[in-house]
Structure formats: C-alpha cells, structure tokens
Design a protein around this ligand. Structure first.
Ligand code: CIR
Length: 254
C-alpha cells in the first residue's frame, strides 16, 4: 500500500536535515519508479490518493503497523501528520482488524522494526513511552514482544537499522547500539554513507537508495539481490525506502 506525493510535499516536517528546495514533480516521478520496482518484485500496489493538506502523506509507513494478525493504527509524533491516519485506516480495514494508539501515546511506524515475533521500537522524538506501552499491550495477545531501543542522531529506528535478509541487519552503529537485536549478522553501512541503513527487504530482494553504492556492495556481498532506486527528492524530506509503503501479505487464490 502506497500513498501519492502531496502537492504540499515541500512543506514536509524536518528534524535533522536543513530545508532545501524539493522538486515535487521529480519526487512524484521517483515515487512512481519506486512503485514500479515493487511491482516488478511481485507486489500488487494499492495506492491511496495524496492529500494536498498533508505534506508528508507519501510516508505512509508512519501511520500504521501491519502484522499478519492485526493492523495497529499509529498516532504519529508530529502533530502535522496525525490527520494522515483516517484514510489509511479506511483502506486497511478491508484487510485486517484494526487497533489504535491513542492520545497521549505516539508511535511512528518508522520506529518499528519487526524481526520475527520481536517488535523493536525506537525511543525517538516521535515515539513516546505511552505509545510504546500501548503498542506492547495491543500485540501481546498475538505473541509479539515489544523491545524499546535507545537512539541518537537520527529520525527513526529504521533510519539506523533494517533487516536485509532472514538473519542479517544493516546498521549504522553511530545511531543505534545493536546489542538489543541479539544474535543477528550485522552489516555496517559504509562510513561515508551514514543514511544508508534504511533498506526494504521483500524476501527475494532488497530495495535500497541508489545514492549509497558502497553500502550496496556490502549488502550484495551477503548474496542478496539489491534493487537500487533513486529517491533523492524523498531523501530531502528525511524519507527513504521503507517509509513509502506498508507491506501486507494477503492470502491468494480461493
Ligand atoms: C517526517 O519528518 O515525518 C517526514 N518528513 C519524514 C518521515 C520519514 N518516515 C520514515 O522514514 N518512516
């Protein structure tokens, strides 16, 4: 599930990057190419329309956590992003039962890294202890364990660490201590590419920003197939590749 780029995209939230000019039409073209790359990997794209009143709505990942058993409608930490959730809730209701994170809890989906039955949640400026507690309560009955993870210097946990294989984690250790992740193979980002830890692992392939060729080589050295996508305009808004979709597995056939 994706959502279009808002005409107001240039007024996005920013936390760690300076505001630079964003070419919204170029961002739209890059987003279309990203959707095509996911389609080529076998995904069916369900695209929700952009909302001109919601600059960051393309970053649909932050609005919900989709598990096989349930979808958790999140409450983004940035107040300007909270109105993004109703349209996503309406769309997800066709696929999953929904539970919600409520005021004063906040959780951004970019902070939630699922590895098996563990949900690692970044203690970022966007996800607070109340929200993380609500999430833990909501998913406990499905057998998921929620593990809060300290962060420094980045927006979300998945800016600092993402899965790139069944047993491999791409990580920027300057932003997160990987100790909580346990026994998993660590692949460090190239030191010249601190923003390269955000990869979208889809089982058969790893989607990764084209801007980070040195880190790409490290992921390919694992034997992974890497699909590089140019998301340079989305990166100016502190987005990358996980944030532009929600991945749902749906039963096929009858
Ligand atoms: C924000 O600051 O909320 C957006 N400009 C960027 C959100 C990126 N989300 C993500 O990586 N999950």
């Amino acid at each position: 599930m994706t959502r279009g780029v808002s005409p107001a995209f240039a007024r996005c939230e920013l936390q760690n990057l300076p505001r630079v000019g964003i070419d919204v039409e170029r961002a739209e073209r890059q987003h279309l190419a990203y959707e095509r790359a996911l389609g080529d990997l076998g995904c069916t794209i369900v695209r929700l329309p952009a909302d001109p009143a919601l600059p960051d709505c393309v970053f649909i990942e932050d609005t919900a956590l989709v598990l096989d058993e349930v979808a958790v409608l999140l409450r983004p930490g940035a107040p300007s992003r909270r109105a993004e959730t109703p349209a996503v809730a309406a769309a997800l209701a066709s696929y999953r039962d929904l539970v919600v994170i409520g005021d004063p809890g906040t959780v951004d989906g970019g902070d939630v890294l699922r590895i098996g039955r563990d949900l690692f949640v970044g203690c970022s400026t966007r996800s607070n202890a109340v929200g993380i507690g609500q999430l833990a309560f909501a998913v406990a009955r499905f057998g998921y364990r929620v593990v809060p993870v300290p962060l420094t210097g980045c927006l979300h946990l998945k800016s600092a660490a993402t899965q790139v294989g069944p047993d491999a984690l791409l990580v920027n250790r300057g932003w997160v201590d990987p100790e909580p992740f346990g026994k998993v193979r660590l692949v460090d980002v190239d030191p010249a590419e601190p923003h390269a830890a955000n990869a979208l692992w889809l089982g058969d392939a790893v989607v990764h920003p084209a801007a980070f060729p040195r880190t790409r080589e490290r992921v390919e050295a694992l034997g992974a197939r890497v699909v590089a996508v140019d998301v340079s305009e989305l990166q100016k808004a502190e987005g990358a590749v996980t944030c532009c979709c929600l991945v749902l597995e749906v039963p096929t056939g009858g």
